[in-house]
Design a binder for this molecule. Structure first.
Ligand code: ATP
Ligand code: MG
Length: 423
């Protein structure tokens, strides 16, 4: 038996599952480009302090979930626990605020969080994320939501709902937070220990609690509504956003329990949830973070973005029986009988590869049958068979696996046959 296993909460993506990954990453990239977003890659690890500032004390990520390590030089580093802070760090470090604004960026990258592993919750997962930096107009909120919706729809995912809310800004949120605290104050003993901690350190996040073994859910359901506390400016922007979503014909649900906990999160928050799992299974979450870049030491710069969990998307696609459409197995496997034909098979497969046709040589086997079995396990479209007779006649027997039919084809006509199906 194997002595080692993948670390708890991590997974190997084996070849059989790769088509789903290529499909989802391909759609992510295609949609991001369609909307004019540019790719960006940041390091797998960063100064841990970036996340303490950029994600914040009082969040699950910083309090409980970061993988922190000290390297040999004594630097305190963290494996990337989320994608936004590193992109904002890069935006500042490379002076992207000097470019015409807004700057539109996207990434697909692994994220590390020390979580309790379960379905849809891993210690390493991948996110497709986008960030639009330098424009606070609600038009941009609508664009980012449109991109999110269009991405998930392009995967063919059904039974999903877009939830949106506004949590106000620095001027109107304090009054809302006070009202929320007043609602919880007398009943703190009934909510979970985490919520008691949140109440002290980042009160909005009590609304985000998922525990059902305390009174957290009913307390949240009866909590005051953030939309009723919006100042005039936030109220206008909220109405504008709803107007754009109507023009875009994007259906949404207003969910006043949707929050992000920290001061630099402002106004728009949104999630895409599968109806079967709702908030437990959120496949995409985003929001506006107008105070973040300033928090990182930069000039006041608005921003909005989202992150989407690729494993969760794939799990939903599988549950709905959606299979990737844009993946092909190997095109041809060359099988042969006899030593002379083996040399010819080596030449033939090399020449097909040079012509751009993905080709494998069947493994040496006692029987043609064994070679055919191998070809079918590779998902080959054609098996090309070379024997003494074919060598002497300058032909190759082409077997079309799906039809189970075969016929001899002149070597000179082979390429045309394989690419167009006709001689
Ligand atoms: P949750 O409330 O489920 O813990 P979160 O608020 O921590 O989610 P975000 O930080 O907003 O999640 O991450 C964006 C998306 O990344 C989530 O909506 C989800 O699809 C995915 N995601 C987050 N954590 C994990 C994880 N541990 N494993 C797999 N996917 C994850
Ligand atoms: Mg989490």
């Amino acid at each position: 038996m194997a002595r080692f296993k993948a670390p708890r909460g991590t997974r190997d993506v084996l070849p059989s599952e790769q088509p789903y990954w290529r499909y989802v990453k391909g759609r992510a990239e295609a949609q991001a480009r369609l909307f004019g977003y540019q790719p960006v890659d940041t390091p797998l690890f960063e100064d841990a302090a970036l996340f303490v500032r950029g994600v914040g004390l009082g969040t699950d990520i910083v309090e409980k979930e970061m993988y922190v390590l000290e390297d040999r030089g004594g630097d305190r580093l963290a494996l990337r626990p989320e994608g936004t802070a590193p992109v904002c760090r890069a935006y500042l470090e490379h002076g992207m605020y000097n470019l015409p604004q807004p700057v539109r960026l996207y990434y697909v990258c692994p994220i590390f969080r020390y979580e309790r592993p379960q379905a849809g919750r891993y210690r390493q997962h991948y996110q497709f994320g986008v960030e639009c930096l330098g424009d606070e107009d609600a038009l941009v909120d609508a664009e980012v939501i449109e991109l999110a919706w269009s991405f998930v729809a392009s995967l063919g995912l059904r039974g999903i709902v877009l939830c949106i809310n506004s949590i106000g800004d620095r001027s109107c949120r304090p009054a809302y937070v006070e009202a929320l605290k007043a609602h919880y104050l007398g009943r703190l003993k009934d909510v979970c220990p985490d919520c008691r901690m949140r109440f002290e350190r980042s009160p909005l996040r009590v609304l985000d609690c998922k525990r059902t073994d305390f009174a957290c859910q009913e307390m949240a359901a009866e909590a005051p509504n953030s939309l009723q506390f919006l100042c005039a400016d936030c109220g206008h922007r909220w109405k504008a956003l709803l107007g754009y979503l109507a023009s875009l014909e994007i259906p949404y649900e207003v969910d006043t329990r949707l929050v992000r906990g920290l001061d630099y999160y402002t106004r728009t928050v949104f999630e895409i949830q599968p109806l079967v799992a709702r908030a437990q299974g959120t496949v995409l979450a985003g929001g506006r973070y107008d105070g973040l870049i300033e928090e990182l030491g930069g000039p006041p710069t608005p921003g909005i973005g989202f992150g989407s969990g690729i494993e969760r998307l794939i799990e939903n696609l599988k549950a709905q029986g959606v299979t990737p459409t844009d993946y092909k197995g190997v095109e041809a496997v060359v099988a042969w009988i006899g030593d002379a034909a083996r040399q010819e098979a080596v030449k033939l497969s090399a020449s097909l590869k040079r012509q751009g046709i993905s080709t494998l040589l069947a493994p040496t086997s006692k029987s043609l049958k064994g070679q055919m079995r191998y070809a079918s396990a590779q998902g080959a479209r054609y098996v090309l068979i070379l024997g003494e007779e074919e060598l002497s006649q300058g032909t190759v027997v082409v077997r079309e696996m799906a039809k189970g039919e075969q016929k001899p084809v002149e070597r000179a006509a082979l390429l045309g046959y394989l690419t167009s199906g006709t001689v």
